[in-house]
Design a protein around this ligand. Sequence first.
Ligand code: NAI
Length: 330
Amino acid sequence: MQIASFSCKLYDRQMLCRHMPIEWENSYYDVPLERKTLAYAEGCEVVTAFVNDRLDAVVLEELAQGGTKLIALRCAGFNHVDVPKAKELGLKVVRVPDYSPYAVAEHTIGLMLALNRRLYRAYNRIREGNFSLNGMLGFDMHGKTVGIIGAGKIGRLVGKMLKAFGCRILVYDPYECIGCKDLGLEQVPLDELFAESDIISLHCPLTQSTNHIINAETIAKMKKGVMLINTGRGALVDTQALIDGLKTRQIGYLGMDVYEKEGVLFFEDHSCEIIEDDQFERLVTLPNVLITGHQAYFTEEALTHIAETTIENIRAYEEGLVLKNEVLCG
Ligand code: NAI
């Protein structure tokens, strides 16, 4: 069986190679899967792809024509795949439903603490011999109210970890949050979460209903000086509204691991280029903004789990078994 893996960095390749059965014929490409790279997938029954690969209708049609039968996503989110189109073409789509909720939850807490205590600024100041504490004043996490949007695996873990800090945790989820009460997490309506939270953290999937869930209107409902953390998906937030909210000081701190237009930036070295995304560049200039490049998932354990589950998914397809990680709806 021929397999083509896209958006495959050296670390992905090493991890996949460690687990791939030798009888499979694998090709690894450090380029995204998109219209102009489709030739690499020609004749490959299985294609593996990552978060910023664009699996739109045209790409899916070409893949199907080229003989692809299975798309094995090496990620949990599938907002970048036209799933109804894949279904129509008879292409199966599988994913890795959870690679390490701990990795993402721990990174989320890391962003909160780094922003609150300005750790990223302290690092530079000390290296320059500047031991002044001006501008470094933080707040106790203890006693603060944290609002979590999306009380799934990651959201609940973030809540559980913050309980240890002595925070009050509010969660919003359209479905009943079974077990949240036992963890001490209070399920509330979204507007209540906006009004009462000192910190708001996004952990819901990107869907039509969550696209720009953080926008000018919802930012206005938040407490002045709120800390906003996004380790979910970039398009959960309207970037211009975010910049406006930071400029008016309505948003006091911003931590983000994902960005609406990250596809052309993240996972690559652009340090010798002029970045043309003015919104991104504006965010980078602000002293109360901390951005990481979609690295929340990036732990040894998560990469191992991604490789193992991807191979299990392909193996199940090859053996004609039920695909337990199949994506069934868009
Ligand atoms: P999950 O499926 O366990 O939880 C998602 C929760 O969001 C569910 O409880 C669901 O009911 C809820 N939800 C659905 N629609 C909602 C809405 N309109 N408003 C509020 N909540 C809603 O997913 P998990 O594993 O907790 O992951 C959450 C998200 O984190 C993923 O969808 C993905 O986008 C993101 N992620 C980011 C990573 C990173 O490296 N930055 C890595 C892995 C996931």
